[in-house]
Design a protein around this ligand. Structure first.
Ligand code: PGA
Length: 290
């Protein structure tokens, strides 16, 4: 990981004093399904407000239900992505985009094949390249042409990663070719459907571009995420927990089920803004057409 280590050295020279951070919005909902509905309604509302919205979107087990709700709404013509653009957060390396274990396949199966987005407006790093460092640069340049991103939707790893920005990633790390953390390798091996070959590397959008988004929504479900969520919201900002960088963005919402919020104190779980937010998207009906 030479490329990223040298970047971290530059970053630590560059950072002086404590970073500026902003208050987070924390939405705690009773069930994982409520997280799906909330996130889908937020995207549907975003599309209604701005049909040409640009998104960063994640993969993994967390967003599957959210994507299903988007697909359902799209099928009922309650939302359209004809003018929208989606950038995927990350992709394994090295993998063919048509391999069932690629994130490109995940996205086609769970979202892209079922909504009306134009093929040219869906982007994902090419995990099949022989030159992943050049691919990271290409992807970053493409992303930067579309800045600002209207909404970046993220998951969180048990180790606090966002995308494949593993512990140790500098806050200003660009889109990079990275080596995966051992805990990520073990967890993700369980999710591979068609390959015994362990995935050791990936391409990922870096914290630098994620933090530039106009709005960030992090989704977390289950007790496995409770510690990382708690540290991201209440702990010191640290490269050991890249999700803690998110407080540098002015509009970040953590959308959690009760289990993922377990270690948060009641004062955070029951804030007025949480309740207002909960109403804002939990009660929005799929009631408009485009
Ligand atoms: P998960 O992964 O949704 O499969 O838990 C989230 C992540 O690692 O970002």
């Amino acid at each position: 990981m030479l490329w990223r280590r040298s970047h971290e050295r530059e970053a630590s020279q560059f950072l002086e004093g404590p970073p500026v951070t902003y208050p987070l919005e924390v939405v705690v909902l009773p069930t994982p399904e409520d997280v799906d509905t909330y996130a889908a309604n937020a995207v549907i509302a975003q599309q209604k407000m701005k049909p040409k919205s640009v998104y960063i979107m994640p993969t993994g087990s967390t967003p599957k239900g959210f994507y299903q709700r988007i697909v359902d709404a799209c099928k009922k013509r309650q939302v359209s992505f004809r003018k929208a653009t989606i950038f995927n957060l990350d992709e394994y390396w090295k993998i063919d985009p048509w391999h069932p274990d690629s994130y490109a396949s995940y996205m086609r199966v769970n979202l892209i094949d079922h909504i009306d987005i134009k093929a040219k407006n869906w982007h994902i790093p090419n995990g099949n390249t022989d030159n992943p460092i050049a691919e990271a640069k290409r992807y970053e340049a493409l992303l930067n042409k579309h800045q600002p991103i209207d909404l970046a939707i993220l998951g969180i790893g048990m180790n606090g990663h966002i995308g494949f920005n593993e512990p140790g990633t500098a806050v200003d790390a660009p889109t990079s070719f990275v080596k995966l953390h051992q805990s990520t390798i073990e967890r993700n091996s369980d999710q591979l459907v068609a390959s015994n070959e362990t995935k050791l590397h990936a391409l990922t959008i870096g914290p630098a571009e994620i933090l530039k988004a106009d709005r960030i929504m992090l989704l977390a479900k289950g007790i496995d995420k409770a510690d990382a969520v708690n540290r991201a919201i209440r702990g010191q900002e640290t490269s050991q927990l890249p999700a803690s960088y998110l407080r540098r963005n002015k509009k970040v919402t953590f959308v959690l089920d009760e289990a993922a919020a377990l270690y948060l104190p009641k004062t955070i779980r029951g804030t007025h803004s949480s309740r207002r937010e909960e109403q804002r998207y939990s009660q929005v009906q799929f009631g408009y057409s485009v």
